[in-house]
Design a protein around this ligand. Structure first.
Ligand code: P1T
Length: 389
C-alpha cells in the first residue's frame, strides 16, 4: 500500500484523513471498502495481487494499519482484536527464561495477563515504580529483555519519562514498549522519544465512539516488524475488517476529538480541584500534578482522563457514581461520551488488594473519562451529583 503521506510535508490532521487510504483502484470509491473476504483468488499457485488469506493480510486492515503507523511516526502498524490481544502478541516476542520489567501501576487487565497467563510460559516479571527511571536501571538483570511502560498510568495518572527509560533500554539491549492508550498519537508519540514499540487499546481514543474493541502495535524497525507480523499471522488475534474500517474512520477525527477532550478535561479538573468534597485531583494538566513539567515536555496535551480522590469513603464514592446523569457509570474510556467508574471495584479489581493499597487505589478513588459534550453541562452534572454526596 502506497504510504507517502510523510510528516515533513503534511500535518497530523491531513495524514489522519489520507495516510494509507488511496481511493479504491477498482471503483474510485473515496472510502476504503470493507473487504469481507477470507481469501483471495490466485492466477497460478503463488501468483496473486499481494493478498492471499485474510488472517495474513486484508486490504481494509492494511489501510488502517498504515494510517495508524503514520500517525505514530512509525513505519509498520499491526491491528489486533483487542488491546489485550496486542499485548499477548507483543509478549510472545519473549521466550521462557526472559525477564520483563513492568510498571507497578497499569491497567488491571494488563497485570492479569502478565501475572495469571504469560507468567506460566516461564517468563518472569518484576513490577517496579517506573516514575523514577533509576528504579528501572536497578531492576535490570542479565535476562531482562523488555521494559513495559504505561504513561500516564491507569488509573493513578503517574508519568514515566519515556525518553530516559528508552535510552536506558537501548543502552542495555532491552526492548521498550509504551502503552500510549491514554494520550493517543495526537498528544504523545513514544517512537519519537526513542521507544521501540507503541501499544494501543484502540478501543479507547483511537476508536473514540465506544463501539469497537481493538488493539494495535506500531514499530519502526524492519526486523522487529517482521517478527511481529509473523506472530500476528501465526497467533491470529487480528483486527477484523469492519473493526479496521470503524477505527480508521475514527482516526479521521482524532485530532478534533483530542483537542476537545483536552479543553474539557482541563476545565473539569480545575472545577473538581476547587470542590470542597474532593480531596485531590490527579490530572497531568494541573500545575498541582507532581509531574506536570514532564507532562508538558513529553506530550502535546493532557487529554480527558483524570482520577479524583473524594473525602470520605465508599459511601461518598457510590453516591457520586449513582447520581451522575450525563457521565455513564461504565468501564472503558476515550469515547466521545463521558464515563465515570470506580477502579477498586471495576477496572482494577484484578490487582491484589495489597498492591492496590500501596498504589492508593482505594474506595475514595473515582476515575473520569471526560468526553466531548458541552463542558458546562458536564460540570453541572458533577455539581449535582456531588451535592448528593
Ligand atoms: O480492553 P482492551 O481493548 O483489551 O485493552 C486493554 C487495555 C490496555 N491498556 C490500557 C491502558 C487500557 O486502559 C486497557 C483497557 N482499559 C479499560 C477497559 C479501562 O476501563 O481502563
Amino acid at each position: 500500500m502506497k504510504n507517502d503521506w510523510n510528516k515533513s510535508q503534511y500535518g497530523f490532521e491531513t495524514r489522519a484523513i489520507h495516510a494509507g487510504q488511496e481511493p479504491d483502484p477498482t471503483t474510485g470509491a473515496i472510502m476504503t471498502p470493507v473487504y469481507l473476504t477470507s481469501t483471495f483468488v490466485q492466477e497460478s499457485p503463488g501468483r496473486h495481487k499481494g493478498w492471499e488469506y485474510a488472517r495474513s493480510q486484508n486490504p481494509t486492515r492494511s489501510a488502517y494499519e498504515a494510517c495508524l503507523a503514520n500517525l505514530e511516526s512509525g513505519k509498520h502498524g499491526f491491528g489486533f482484536a483487542s488491546g489485550c490481544a496486542a499485548e499477548t502478541t507483543a509478549l510472545h516476542l519473549l521466550k521462557a527464561g526472559d525477564h520483563v520489567i513492568a510498571s507497578d501501576d497499569m491497567y488491571g487487565g494488563t497485570f492479569r495477563l502478565m501475572d495469571k497467563v504469560i507468567k506460566h510460559n516461564g517468563i518472569e516479571f518484576s513490577y517496579v515504580d517506573l516514575t523514577d527511571v533509576e528504579n528501572f536501571r536497578k531492576a535490570i538483570k542479565p535476562n531482562t529483555k523488555m521494559v513495559w511502560i504505561e504513561t500516564p498510568t491507569n488509573p493513578t495518572m503517574k508519568l514515566v519519562d519515556i525518553r530516559k527509560a528508552a535510552a536506558i533500554a537501548k543502552e542495555k539491549g532491552i526492548l521498550s514498549i509504551v502503552d500510549n492508550t491514554f494520550m493517543s498519537p495526537y498528544f504523545q508519540r513514544p517512537l519519537e522519544l526513542g521507544a521501540d514499540i507503541v501499544l494501543h487499546s484502540t478501543t479507547k481514543y483511537v476508536g473514540g465512539h465506544s463501539d469497537v474493541v481493538g488493539g494495535a502495535l506500531i514499530v519502526n524497525d524492519d526486523d522487529l516488524a517482521a517478527r511481529i507480523y509473523f506472530l500476528q499471522k501465526s497467533m491470529g488475534a487480528i483486527c477484523a475488517p469492519f473493526d479496521a474500517y470503524l477505527s480508521m474512520r475514527s482516526l479521521k477525527t482524532l485530532a478534533l476529538r483530542m483537542r476537545q477532550h483536552d479543553i474539557n478535561g482541563r476545565k473539569v479538573a480545575e472545577y473538581l480541584e476547587k470542590h470542597p468534597k474532593v480531596a485531590r485531583v490527579a490530572y497531568p494538566g494541573l500545575p498541582s500534578h507532581p509531574q506536570h513539567a514532564l507532562a508538558k515536555e513529553q506530550a502535546h496535551g493532557f487529554g480527558g482522563m483524570m482520577t479524583i480522590y473524594l473525602k470520605g469513603g465508599i459511601d461518598e464514592a457510590r453516591r457520586l457514581l449513582e447520581n451522575v446523569r450525563i457521565f455513564a457509570l461504565a468501564e472503558s474510556l476515550g469515547g466521545v461520551e463521558s464515563l465515570i467508574e470506580h477502579p477498586a471495584i471495576m477496572t482494577h479489581a484484578s490487582i491484589p488488594p495489597e498492591a492496590r493499597k500501596a498504589l492508593g487505589i482505594d474506595d475514595t478513588m473515582v476515575r473520569l473519562s471526560v468526553g466531548v459534550e458541552n463542558v458546562e453541562d458536564l460540570i453541572r452534572d458533577l455539581e449535582n451529583a456531588l451535592s448528593k454526596v
